[in-house]
Write a protein that binds this ligand. Structure first.
Ligand code: 3H9
Length: 681
């Protein structure tokens, strides 16, 4: 008979073994009722003489995947997880964790509190708290190093990457790996055997062999940090984790727990953790379109046509070949087609050389790509994506041909990055089948896909686009039609502001270094050099146009703002500096080197303002979508939360005042939220 211990936890006693089952879909997160249930289970197992041992398991798809992150922002209540884990571990009857799915964060910490761990072969185990700007706060930083050693524990906690069951067994993290369908039976058998055997129970908190070894390794922590420097850059959680593991190695368990608790609390209230938690939910929310019913019929996409075999078209085609969907790539000239297919092959072969693809996979994927010089070959495909030259005349030619060629029901997509999808849709008699699928370059790598919803795009077409994004490993963000859609429109003011800043007397190096410090992999000036100066068009006389006139296109040709050596290290170019000085003199701009705070304000306030306009015009559904677009499309540092979340943390009134001081008009929405003390996110 099954007893209910809480809303989400039940207990069944079978021949003296208590099976504790957590049932809190979708991922069995350790919310209040689960903690209450586990706490009650520990009491029951401890006090009932008829129970000889316990097994902790879960219903549904996974062992708990962590604390309930949604609860973090609404306030947590007792019992706290660390106490529940301690209580389970302190029992003098064996408790076994039956692990399947993804045992993450608090879930793995519960398992570490159990005396034995049995894992299904397909299970993954990890402590990913660092990705939320946190550290394991239910004893994980203290128990894991005692079980697997400090270095392996740091590896898991600082990268946040889970390990597969087989590796977990090798590391000593689980006692036994079993076939998926035998998990519960094996866990019960182990519990029964351990109870029959009697004797002292293995408790992670009391283990000392690993810590003794680690204590003797004097430079373990410095070495780890030196080898993983990149993981510590800009973020605060990894150092706090290191501090906790040092405590695990050097201090008694209880004192180590006090360090863990203090460091967890510090991170919990940090801006970085707030930002990363926002990003966690925002990333999952973008796929939801409130006015499209969940059961909207999807269009089955079994074959794809791509028009244009350039860098964009080739990259787009790879996404579909990667998931086994055949693609017909159409070009105008044989030479261009051969070149395009050649580049794709080279890309796949480079991946194979890195060991991430087999030779056989390369051939399979190439085998799914068919080149053609005839658009008629697209007659039967389910989806066409056009990636040709960005001119309305060219798009008109393509779409009016597609109109006559494609079968009814085929989706007609444009990869345009700024042209009007509604206008493009008028070139066909089926505007409901037209949408934008805006990939970011390189299209086979960048994780963002803007799905552009035209005035007449049908719900099915949009729902299919959103779903398809997930299938090809991209995060979809829905955009309405406007110049630049979300990500490019958002970042245009950033480019403009960077140019004004140079003209105002701030050096290229200072601009780039400040944004690098903020968390971008490269600052705006280096980014322009990488993208190519000829790609970005600014109105009126400007530095970029003059560099282009001197055939300085950026990294791809003769350098741009910077000159580059053979290792691609840039030094500010005197040619660029002369142009800057000249334009500044002509416009009579007063010269002053800005401070890092002024650089950040000068570059980012206009971005926030544009984001507010994108939101108030209904181009983006939510502020979080804008953040995701910036993070995935422009490498905005996730720990800053994206522009809108950053603005909320930074303070909207300060931004409104700053924009006014710069002579810019704040968006109405921004002014309203600031005045009402509200936020974007
Ligand atoms: C922690 O444990 C702290 C402790 O050390 C200390 C405490 C004192 N909470 O990703 P999916 C939702 S910190 C709440 O689309 P998948 C998610 O929002 C935690 N909700 O599925 C989504 O909701 P919706 C450490 C959560 O199959 C739905 O579940 N743990 C949580 O692609 C499905 O998620 C982590 O950081 C949660 N913990 O991937 C693990 N997790 O359907 C975070 C998920 O309404 N989670 N949801 O949009 C993951 O990595 C993935 O969700 C997982 C499943 C791999 C589990």
């Amino acid at each position: 008979m099954s007893e209910t211990l809480s809303e989400t936890v039940s207990l069944t006693v079978e021949n003296g073994i208590a099976i504790v089952a957590i049932d809190n879909p979708p991922v069995n997160a350790l919310g209040l009722s689960v903690r209450q249930g586990l706490d009650a289970a520990a009491d029951r197992i401890g006090s009932d003489a008829g129970i000889k041992a316990g097994v902790i398991t879960a219903k549904g798809r996974t062992f708990p995947a962590g604390a309930d992150i949604a609860e973090f922002d609404i306030g947590m209540r007792e019992p706290w997880l660390p106490g529940v884990v301690d209580k389970l571990e302190a029992l003098d009857k064996p408790v076994v964790a039956a692990i399947f799915g993804t045992a993450l964060g608090g879930g793995l910490e519960v398992a570490l509190g159990c005396h034995y761990r049995v894992a299904a072969a397909s299970a993954k185990l990890g402590l990913p708290e660092v990705k939320l700007g946190l550290l394991p706060g239910a004893g994980g930083t203290q128990r894991l190093p005692r079980v697997v050693g400090a270095e392996a524990a740091l590896q898991m906690m600082v990268t946040g990457k889970p390990v597969k069951a087989a590796l977990a067994e090798k590391m000593g993290l689980v006692d036994k790996v079993v076939a998926d369908d035998a998990l519960l039976a094996e866990a019960v058998a182990l519990a029964r055997a351990a109870a029959a055997e009697g004797g002292p129970l293995p408790r992670a908190s009391q283990k000392s062999d690993m810590t003794a070894k680690d204590k003797a390794d004097a430079d373990l922590f410095d070495r780890f940090k030196a080898e993983h420097g990149r993981l510590f850059r800009g973020v605060i959680a990894p150092d706090e984790i290191l501090d906790c593991v040092k405590a695990a190695v050097n201090l008694p368990f209880a004192e180590g727990m006090a360090v863990e608790s203090a460091n967890f609390n510090k991170l919990f209230v940090s801006d970085q953790s707030k930002a990363l938690r926002h990003v966690f939910f925002a990333m999952r929310e973008t796929a939801k379109v409130p006015d499209i019913a969940r059961d909207t019929p999807l269009i089955d996409v079994k074959s794809v046509g791509v028009i244009g075999a350039g860098t964009m078209g080739g990259g787009i085609a790879m996404n579909f070949a990667n998931i086994g969907i055949p693609v017909t790539i159409v070009e105008v000239k044989q030479e261009a087609l051969d070149r395009g297919l050649g580049v794709i092959r080279k890309n796949y072969e480079a991946t194979a050389r890195k060991g991430r693809l087999s030779e056989e996979d390369v051939e399979t994927r190439m085998g799914l790509l068919t080149g053609s010089l005839d658009m008629e070959d697209l007659a039967d495909v389910d989806l066409v994506i056009e990636a040709v030259f960005e001119s309305m005349e060219v798009k008109e030619k393509v779409f009016s041909r597609l109109e006559t060629i494609c079968k009814p029901g085929a989706i007609l997509a444009s990869n345009t990055s700024f042209l009007d999808i509604d206008h493009i849709a008028t070139f066909t008699s089926r505007p409901e089948m037209v949408l934008g699928l805006h990939f970011f370059s390189p299209a086979n790598v960048m994780p963002l896909l803007e799905v552009v919803r035209g005035e007449k795009s049908s719900d099915s077409v949009i729902a299919t686009g959103m779903k398809l994004a997930g299938k090809i490993g991209k995060t979809p963000v829905l955009a309405r039609v406007c110049d630049g859609f979300i990500a490019n429109r958002l970042m245009f003011p950033y480019i403009v502001a960077s140019q004004e800043m140079l003209l105002g007397g701030t050096s290229m190096k200072a601009v780039d270094a400040t944004m690098n410090q903020y968390g971008f992999a490269m600052g705006p000036i280096s980014m322009i050099d990488l993208v190519g100066l000829d790609i970005i068009k600014l109105p009126s006389r400007n530095i970029m146009a003059e560099l282009v006139a001197k055939d300085r296109l950026g990294q791809k040709k003769n350098g741009g703002f910077y000159d580059y050596d053979e290792k691609r290290r840039g030094t500010p170019s005197p040619v660029a500096q002369d142009i800057i000085t000249d334009i500044a003199r002509e416009r009579g701009i007063e010269q002053r080197e800005l401070s890092p705070e002024e650089i950040i304000a000068g570059l980012l306030y206009p971005v926030v303002n544009e984001g507010a306009k994108i939101l108030e015009e209904g181009i983006a559904l939510r502020a979080g979508d804008i953040d995701v677009a910036a993070i995935l499309g422009y490498n905005w540092p996730a720990y800053q939360g994206g522009p809108m979340c950053w603005a909320d943390i930074h303070g909207l009134p300060k931004i409104v005042a700053g924009l006014k001081a710069m002579g810019l008009k704040p968006a109405a929405l921004l002014e309203k939220l600031a005045a009402e003390g509200k936020s974007f996110t």
